[in-house]
Design a binder for this molecule. Structure first.
Ligand code: ADP
Ligand code: MG
Length: 677
């Protein structure tokens, strides 16, 4: 099977002859919890290679480490480095593309070391820092390490940077590659403590990575992949949700209950909807069918709930996990015998020509499909049901295109400039974005006033510097910075905080009517931002009362997080000496401020009732979830575009054309329909 390319034998770590095997006579339940953890650590495939691996890693400046998901790379390598004494010279950073992975892995490693989280082992993710001066093993999102690099480009606190899940190629990971590589070189030139770089993944284009990191040696970990039987559908499936549902219950009726099922879907809403349907159907199955526990897994799920996927189902009960691509590599779940692959993933796409960035459900790459399949063969032979035909599989792209080649670069360019790298065109990218994309990002930053161009030189403005202090999209940072001019900083901070956490509202499709009735009392004709602000204010008024949250279909955890985010954004504002005041009930001020900050995302109503996004001239529509869905405001600003059957604007506010004009007169005199007449 075309799994990871077979490594040349010489580069392989040979497993020791005394291969550690599970002792079936020991009842795990009889062991003390810490002894059990110790036993689990020793059973990981990586453990056999520990001595050689530690020795090699100690010696090497840069290394690429490849090993099947679940072999123990992320949890063990940092501990091996620590045990080898490397942390005496500085902190060991382990970067993760996903926030939840950073949190759950740090918790796991702290537990393995029997230490309180935040002491020796800690984590830093956006808006949350659980570290202390004692922290030596620091799990962090790649975005956070990038932010640290702004203040300390040589990353002098760190002895090692482990770039984990490197194959994900998120925008931050890609920028971080260049930043870390530069820091390593500069530290060498300045005779500082060397920076060790370890790139890890289960699957990646090894040659590309090795070459980029100065011909770093590639170390292969022996995997434990068992044979997997793959099935394709005979016909293309127009509805993969339905196909997944049918497959789940077919397996459920045929397979022994101890065989768990992992289903790959695309996002929270779809996963929650499918979970509900599964639970409903499972209730009405004949007695002869074993019971089923359905567990969901996606990035926005609170960490405590994420950990539920690791709990085994009660005896005689089947576990069905519905997950996004997070379970491809970031999280390893034991007991999976069946994988159902929808073949779909939600991803962002940017067209620099039109300036349009959309979030869309699209086909996975072959590499992703194989990675998903591999989840079924971790502990024993397994089965993978692909909800697409074999010829559809043949047509998939071989590798996932790195995000940096398909996303809006405005925030990356702003960050690079804040890092003091003005010549972004010559930045050492592993995959260089097109000059068109870079130019389009510079134009956007120029419109926002973050950069200015003098002859061909682009430089950061004072406003741009301030914008870079916020861990936010440039347009949100700009909106906050403008808010004192409209005396509505408190409101804007609340709104941006709400938009920075995952959905604060809970929308169970089965209770649609109830939800609509409850929401009505909050609905504002001024748009979604004002509506959300109203709900947040009501939440604070009842001090986050759980019962109130349940009655009003508000996600209490995410709402509580909004408060924390807001506190941190407020702190940045105070450092920048921004005047923070509230506009009370005058929401016009808030919308005017949003119009000024987000004018690049404005749309105009057309005579035929459709909308046109002014920046790209693309036809767009109001998303059915918006409170403005039934209304036809002449002008709106929106947060993002989602492309499904149509291109939808999500989260909008009603604005005046005059506000847009005063925000960017030259730009809009070209764009607005009425100003052309
Ligand atoms: P890799 O990085 O090679 O994919 P990890 O180090 O993440 O592997 O995981 C090794 C093993 O540790 C997994 O197979 C899983 O069984 C276990 N593990 C990891 N995180 C957790 C957790 N939070 N709870 C329980 N077990 C975990
Ligand atoms: Mg890992």
């Amino acid at each position: 099977m075309p799994y990871d390319p077979a490594p040349p034998p010489a580069k392989r770590f040979k497993p020791g002859s005394a291969f550690f095997r599970r002792d079936n006579k020991t009842e795990p339940g009889m062991l003390h919890a810490s002894a059990l953890l110790e036993l689990q650590r020793k059973q990981l495939p990586i453990f056999q290679a520990k001595a050689q691996l530690s020795a090699r890693l100690r010696q090497l400046n840069s290394a690429v480490l490849i090993g099947e998901t679940g072999s123990g790379k992320t949890t063990q390598v940092p501990q091996y480095l620590y045990e080898a004494g490397i942390a005496k010279q500085g902190v060991i950073a382990i970067t993760q593309p996903r926030r939840v992975a950073a949190i759950s892995l740090a918790s796991r490693v702290a537990e393995e070391r029997r230490m309180q989280l935040g002491k020796l082992v800690g984590y830093t993710v956006r808006f949350e820092d659980v570290t202390s001066p004692e922290t030596k093993l620091k799990f962090m999102t790649d975005g956070m390490l990038l932010r640290e690099a702004i203040g300390d480009p040589l990353l002098l606190r760190y002895a090692v940077v482990v770039l984990d899940e490197a194959h994900e190629r998120t925008m931050h990971t890609d920028v971080l590659f260049g930043v870390v590589k530069t820091a390593q070189r500069r530290r060498g030139e300045l005779n500082k403590l060397p920076l060790k770089i370890i790139v890890m993944s289960a699957t990646m284009d090894v040659d590309l990575f090795a070459e980029y990191f100065n011909n770093a040696p590639v170390l292969y970990l022996e995997g434990r992949q068992h044979p997997i039987q793959i099935y394709y559908t005979k016909q293309p499936q127009p509805d993969y949700l339905q196909a997944a549902l049918v497959s789940i219950f077919q397996i459920h009726q045929e397979a022994p209950p101890s065989h768990d099922i992992l289903v790959f879907m695309t996002g929270q809403e779809e996963i929650e909807a499918l979970a509900r349907t599964c639970r409903d159907i499972a209730k009405h199955l004949p007695e002869s069918c074993s019971p089923m526990v359905v567990i969901t897994l996606y990035a926005s799920l609170p960490p405590a709930q994420q950990l539920r996927v690791f709990q085994p189902a009660p005896k005689g009960c089947r576990k069905v996990i519905l997950s996004t691509n997070i379970a491809e590599t970031s999280v390893t779940i034991s007991g999976i015998k069946y994988v159902i692959d929808s073949g779909m993933v939600k991803a962002k796409h940017f067209n620099p020509g039109s300036g349009l960035e959309v979030l869309a459900v699209q086909r996975v790459s072959k590499a992703q499909a194989w990675q998903r399949t591999g989840r079924a063969g971790r502990e024993n032979s397994g089965f993978c049901y692909r909800l697409y035909t074999e010829s559809e599989f043949d047509d998939l792209a071989p590798m996932t295109v790195p995000e940096i080649l398909r996303c809006n670069l405005a925030s990356v360019i702003l960050q690079l400039m804040a890092l003091g790298i003005p010549d972004v065109m010559n930045f050492d990218f592993m995959s260089k974005p097109s000059s068109e994309s870079i130019r389009s990002a510079v134009v956007q930053l120029e419109l926002l006033g973050a950069v200015e161009r003098k002859e061909e030189q682009v430089s950061l403005t004072a406003l741009g510097k301030k914008m870079a202090s916020f861990p936010l999209e440039p347009r949100y940072a700009k909106t906050i910075l403008l808010s004192p001019d409209f005396s509505c900083s408190e409101e804007v901070l609340s709104i941006v905080s709400i938009l920075s956490v995952d959905t604060v509202l809970y929308n169970p499709p089965a209770r649609r009517e109830e939800v609509l009735a409850v929401r009505r009392k909050f609905t504002s004709s001024e748009g979604d931002h004002v509506t959300l602000l109203g709900i947040y204010r009501a939440f604070k008024k009842v001090s986050g009362n759980k019962e109130w949250c349940r009655e009003n279909f508000v996600n209490s955890r995410n709402m509580a997080l909004v408060k924390e985010v807001q506190a941190q954004l407020r702190e940045i504002c105070l450092k920048l000496n921004l005047k923070l005041e509230s506009c009370g009930a005058d929401m016009g001020k808030v919308r005017r401020c949003l119009a000024h900050g987000m004018f690049v995302n404005a749309a105009e109503l057309q005579p035929d009732g459709s909308y046109v996004a002014l920046d790209s001239h693309q036809t767009v529509a109001i998303h059915p979830s918006s409170v403005l869905f039934q209304a036809k405001p002449a002008y709106v600003v929106f947060n993002e575009l989602l492309s499904t059957s149509r291109c939808y604007m999500r989260e909008l506010s009603l604005v005046d054309a005059d506000w847009l004009l005063e925000a960017a007169p030259q730009y809009f005199s070209r764009k607005l329909r009425h100003s052309k007449i």
